[in-house]
Design a protein around this ligand. Structure first.
Ligand SMILES: Nc1nc2c(c(=O)[nH]1)N[C@H]1C(S)=C(S)[C@@H](COP(=O)(O)O)O[C@H]1N2
Ligand SMILES: [Mo]
Length: 398
C-alpha cells in the first residue's frame, strides 16, 4: 500500500502547514486526543489516524467532523470492522491468483480473480454501513462497539456483476433461495467454524445488483476492506458484504453460522438472538449532520448546515433540517452529483445562527415514502438506529 502511505504523508504535511498558519483542519483538542489515542493496527496502519477513532484493533470509526462534503469517503478515513482478525497481508500480494469456490450453480467449481476479471466489470456507488452504527446512542448499553455516526461511508466498488459469473457457471441450480458468501479468514484448529466464521446469506434477488469487487475508490481493494475480493450487496448492511470472499454458494436455506442464525437479529432487550427474528439485510432511511459537528464553540452568523442522507435499496428523496431540536423544519437542498439509489446524497441548508444553544437535526424521506423516525427502535444489540433525535448536533454559539 505504498501509494496510500504516500497520500497519508502528503495529507499530514498539508495539515501541519495549515496548523502553522492557524487555519488547521484539526483543533488543538483533536491533536491532543489523537496523541493519546490507540494506535492503528498493522493491517490498517496506512489510514489517516487523525480522522479516526480507534475503538480496537478490529473496529475503527470515522470522526463526524472528518466527513467531507464530496459524495465519496476517501479510503484512508473509511471505517473498518472485523468480527475476527483479518487474514495475513500476503493474500493481497497477488490478487489475481486469489481463488473462490462457487457452489449451487449448474457448473460448480473454482474461479480466480484473474478469471473473474474477464467476465465483466461494473461500478456501483453505495453506502457501506455497519448494523451497529449509532449503537453508542442506546441507553441500555447494548453490547458491541459504541459507534456514533462514523461506522458508515459512501464508496465506489468495481468488480464483476454476480449475475455474469452465475451465467458463465451454468446458472443458479434449481430450488436455491439464498446467496451465501463465506469470508476467507483462517479459523484456528479446535475452534468451531460455525461459531466464528463470517458467512452470510441474503435473498436470491440480491444477485441482480451484487458485485464481486476487487477495486475500492479507484484503487486495488486493500486487505482492510476485503481484498483480494469482496461480495458487495448494494443497499444491505455492512455484514452482508463479505470480505476476503473464499466461497460463494447458492443455497436452499440460510447458513447455520452463528453470525446469521443468532447474530444480527433484531429482538427485544434481554432476549437472545434466534432464526425467525428480523435479520440485518436492507438498510433503513437515515440522515445526520456532519457540519457543524458541534465539537467546539462557534461565532454567531451564517452557517452551512451539511450532512448525508441515504435509504438502503431506495433513493433518498427529501431531507429536512431543524435548528430547534425538531420543533420546526426547513427543506435542505441536495448538493453534488447523484451517484444512484445506493449512494448517499449530501445536503446543505444555510442558516443564520444567533447566540445561544442550538440542537441541529435532520430527517430524511426515501422514494418509497418512508420517513426517518424521531426515536430509535429499542433492541438488544443496538442495531439499525435511524432515529433522528439521538443523531443531533448540539451547539453553543457565543
Ligand atoms: N470476511 C469478513 N467480512 C466482513 C466482516 C468480517 O469480519 N469478515 N465484517 C462485516 C461487517 S460487520 C461490516 S460492518 C463490514 C465492514 O466493512 P469494512 O471493514 O470494509 O468497513 O464488513 C463485513 N464483512
Ligand atoms: Mo457490522
Amino acid at each position: 500500500m505504498d501509494h496510500a502511505i504516500d497520500s497519508r504523508r502528503r495529507r499530514l504535511m498539508l495539515s501541519s502547514a495549515f496548523a502553522a498558519t492557524g487555519l488547521g483542519p484539526l483543533s488543538t483538542a483533536a491533536f491532543a486526543q489523537a496523541a493519546k489515542a490507540k494506535p492503528l493496527p498493522k493491517y490498517a496502519e496506512w489510514k489517516y489516524i487523525d480522522s479516526l477513532i480507534v475503538h480496537s484493533s478490529n473496529t475503527i470509526e470515522t470522526r463526524r467532523a472528518a466527513f467531507g462534503s464530496s459524495v465519496v469517503v476517501p479510503t484512508d478515513i473509511l471505517f473498518v470492522r472485523n468480527n475476527i482478525p483479518p487474514p495475513e497481508e500476503s493474500i493481497a500480494y497477488d490478487p489475481d491468483a486469489w481463488e473462490i469456490t462457487v457452489q449451487g450453480v449448474g457448473k460448480p467449481g473454482k474461479m480466480t480473480v484473474g478469471q473473474l476479471k474477464r467476465l465483466g466489470v461494473e461500478t456501483v456507488a453505495m453506502v457501506l454501513q455497519c448494523s451497529g452504527n449509532g449503537r453508542g446512542f442506546f441507553a441500555h448499553k447494548a453490547s458491541g462497539t459504541q459507534w456514533t455516526v462514523g461506522a458508515a461511508g459512501c464508496v465506489l466498488w468495481s468488480g464483476v456483476p454476480l449475475a455474469a459469473v452465475v451465467k458463465a457457471m451454468g446458472g443458479v441450480a434449481g430450488g436455491m433461495q439464498f446467496v451465501t458468501g463465506s469470508g476467507g479468514e483462517r479459523i484456528p484448529d479446535g475452534i468451531d467454524r460455525r461459531q466464528v466464521a463470517v458467512e452470510r446469506s441474503v435473498p436470491l434477488k440480491a444477485m441482480e445488483t451484487a458485485l464481486l469487487a476487487w477495486e475500492l475508490n479507484g484503487e486495488p481493494l486493500p486487505l482492510a476492506h476485503g481484498g483480494p475480493l469482496r461480495l458487495v450487496i448494494p443497499g444491505y448492511y455492512g455484514v452482508n458484504n463479505v470480505k476476503y470472499l473464499s466461497r460463494l454458494s447458492f443455497t436452499e436455506k440460510e447458513t447455520d453460522a452463528n453470525i446469521q442464525s443468532s447474530g444480527y437479529r433484531i429482538r427485544d432487550i434481554g432476549k437472545k438472538g434466534a432464526p425467525g427474528q428480523p435479520t440485518m439485510w436492507e438498510m433503513n432511511v437515515k440522515s445526520w449532520i456532519n457540519h457543524p459537528a458541534g465539537d467546539g464553540p462557534m461565532l454567531p452568523g451564517m452557517v452551512q448546515i451539511n450532512g448525508v442522507a441515504f435509504a438502503g435499496v431506495n433513493a433518498v428523496r427529501r431531507v429536512e433540517v431543524s435548528t430547534d431540536g425538531g420543533k420546526t423544519w426547513t427543506d435542505a437542498r441536495f448538493i453534488g452529483p447523484d451517484l444512484g439509489r445506493y449512494a448517499w446524497r449530501q445536503f446543505v441548508l444555510p442558516v443564520q445562527l444567533r447566540t445561544g444553544s442550538h440542537v441541529l437535526v435532520s430527517r430524511a424521506t426515501d422514494a418509497a415514502g418512508n420517513v426517518q423516525p424521531a426515536e430509535r427502535t429499542e433492541n438488544e444489540r443496538g442495531y439499525g438506529h435511524n432515529g433522528w433525535r439521538d443523531h443531533a448536533v448540539k451547539l453553543t454559539v457565543a
